[in-house]
Design a protein around this ligand. Structure first.
Ligand SMILES: C=C(C[SeH])C(=O)N1CCC[C@H]1C(=O)O
Ligand SMILES: [Zn+2]
Length: 602
């Protein structure tokens, strides 16, 4: 081949990047059209657009890899070629690629369209996951109703996609091998650019498990008090349907009957949101104002015109799972969320706005760098904002929580703090084993350690080992419970959320320091970076990098650290951890869980 100069390589790459953007815009618009209106017609158009992009990407890739990019001296040009040298699923033949895309599209459609019959009224069979089943799991305290919903949702979602899932695994592995990886697990983990990454995740879980076990023991005690020994065993795993969430992944919705200090004011802002006539748009405007208070970007006008912030009531079927969208034209950015007026959705709105803020901050980058420093970064940004917004002090500032005279009374203030940390731990700590086990299962499946004959029982083995939960009824291999979760059917990796829930506390601590919120030993859990342009500018300088630098360089900008580290999370929850240990000691609670008496029949 002719000896290419780096200048020629740079020119070639810029032309490729500009052309790739046009294909990506077209594909993303077709994907949006399908996800916001699930019809066969829109599926065919999505598949056609994806095929075109894949074809162009593959053609360009075969030219890109001919450049001697490993010898380039310009680090940024070298990184552009390095990241672009991994083709991903587009490496498949057109036929296989189209097959994989249509399997994922159909599994997502089955999931998004699934409906079940009401527990009370067997003739009412139009209950969707959002909002009906989500709200029932949030509010119902009837274990039989919860059990019905738990079983019926799985029968109408996961169980229906088991055949397609096997083919999804085979095609995903075929693509990975064509990218010179051993299997899809290795391709997915390539995003983190570190061979020891899985070990680092395991070490983080090892550090955090004791705190999880303390929380688990306390929650199990109060579930046993509420539902009786017949439903919740003193030393057993917790029945999964009682935890306020369809997948038992966050437990914040059952805080109300187990607060450490019940006589203290609840920090659930849902009643005040409803009383003050909050709308979905106002929730997103509130989040936007938090970002602009940090001297970060407001949403472009087009965002408000084109986003879908409430479930349409025109009878169409759509993917309600919340998502943020970058259309790669540096102008069009959207959120699609079937928002309900409650606290959980207020923080989800902040989560999604964090994605859009990242899009806005790195929009000047070439396509290949318009993504998170690693996938965990993208999931963390919005949650970092919520760590400030959810403080009782901030909620009072924005009028979502009544003033309280705890400032003067030290005891009352301590009790209010423990309640706040407890509610936050029900979302942040309870989530960790769930987020870990989802990709532990998929890595085992991609690596062939778990075969279709024990897909379901392997999942329940992991859920028992890591979450200390059990199904409300015996399971079999006819069931396919893990696929009752969006990310499994939608081909979205999940370890990114485990990473996010650890690093978001590192980012929070770095920004709090920058905002001067940690002077005189002020506790991390009271920090609110609101209106700190210093903190915002620091965060912005990390976000603007996108993926143009390896993620340790990006992390170092905000935290001064180059590794994931659970210390900030432990520091944040330290007062609660101490309280839980003392409380479980006092009540003689058994820490951990013994085997389940629910069978998973192979
Ligand atoms: C809100 C989103 C869209 Se990226 C989401 O999927 N999340 C946010 C936190 C965990 C995970 C989930 O819902 O399972
Ligand atoms: Zn997200």
């Amino acid at each position: 081949d002719p000896k290419y100069t780096e200048e020629e390589a740079a020119k070639f790459y810029d032309d490729y990047d500009a052309q790739a953007a046009l294909f990506l815009t077209k594909e993303t618009l077709a994907l949006w059209a399908y996800d916001s209106n699930i019809t066969d017609h829109n599926l065919q158009k999505k598949l056609a657009a994806s095929a075109e992009t894949a074809k162009y990407t593959k053609e360009s890739w075969s030219k890109l890899i001919k450049f001697p990019w490993k010898d380039f001296s310009d680090p940024e040009l070298k990184r552009k070629f390095k990241l672009s040298s991994v083709l991903g699923n587009a490496a498949l033949s057109e036929e296989d690629y189209n097959k994989l895309q249509s399997i994922v599209g159909e599994m997502s459609a089955i999931y998004s369209k699934a409906k079940i019959c009401s527990y009370q009224d067997k003739s009412k069979c139009d209950l969707s996951l959002e909002p009906e089943l989500t709200e029932l799991l949030m509010k119902s305290r009837d274990p039989e109703e919860l059990r019905h919903i738990w079983i019926e949702w799985r029968r109408n979602s996961g169980e229906k996609v088991k055949e397609q899932y096997k083919e999804y695994v085979a095609l995903s592995n075929k693509a990975a091998i064509m990218n010179n990886f051993d299997n899809a697990a290795a391709l997915w983990l390539n995003n983190y650019e570190s061979d020891e990454f899985r070990d680092q995740i395991g070490e983080l879980w090892h550090q955090l498990k004791p705190l999880y076990q303390q929380l688990h023991a306390y929650v199990r005690r109060h579930l046993r008090i509420k539902y009786g020994d017949g439903v919740v065993k003193a030393k057993g795993p917790i029945p999964a349907h009682l935890l306020g969430n369809m997948w038992a992944q966050t437990w914040g919705n059952i805080a109300d009957f187990m607060l450490p200090y019940p006589e203290r004011q609840s920090t659930d802002v849902t009643p005040n949101m409803i009383k003050q006539g909050y709308t979905a748009e106002r929730m997103f405007k509130l989040s936007e104002e938090f970002f602009t208070s940090l001297n970060l970007s407001a949403m472009p006008e087009m965002f408000w015109d084109k986003s879908i912030l409430e479930k349409p009531n025109d009878g169409r079927e759509l993917v309600c799972h919340a998502s943020a969208w970058d259309f790669y034209d540096r102008k069009d950015f959207r959120i699609k969320q079937c928002t309900r007026i409650n606290q959980e959705d207020l923080y989800t709105a902040h989560h999604e706005m964090g994605h859009v803020q990242y899009f806005l901050q790195y929009k000047h980058q070439p396509i290949v760098f318009r993504t998170g420093a690693n996938d965990g970064f993208h999931e963390a940004i919005g949650d970092v904002m919520s760590l400030s917004v959810s403080t009782p002090k901030h909620l009072r500032t924005i009028g979502l929580l009544e003033e309280e005279s705890t400032e003067t009374d030290k005891k009352a203030s301590y009790e209010a703090t423990i309640n706040y940390l407890f509610s936050t731990a029900l979302d942040k700590i309870a989530f960790l084993p769930f987020a870990y086990e989802l990709d532990l299962w998929r890595w085992d499946v991609f690596e062939g350690k778990t075969t279709p004959e024990n897909y379901n029982c392997h999942f329940w083995k992991l859920a028992h080992e890591f979450q200390g939960i059990e199904p409300p009824v015996d399971r079999t291999e006819e069931d396919f419970d893990i696929a009752s979760k969006y990310h499994i059917v939608a081909d979205v990796p999940y370890i990114r959320y485990f990473i996010s829930f650890v690093i978001q506390f590192q980012f929070h601590k770095g920004l709090c320091q920058a905002a001067g919120q940690l002077e005189n030993n002020a506790p991390l859990h009271e920090c609110d970076i609101y209106k700190s342009a210093t903190a915002g500018n620091l965060l912005g300088s990390m976000l603007q990098l996108g993926a143009s630098k390896p993620w340790p360089d990006a992390m170092e900008v905000v935290t001064g650290q180059r590794k994931m580290d659970a210390s900030a999370l432990r520091e944040y929850f330290a007062p609660l951890e101490e309280w839980l240990r003392a409380e479980n000691e006092k009540t003689g609670e058994f820490i951990g869980w013994d085997k389940t008496d629910k069978y998973c029949v192979q």
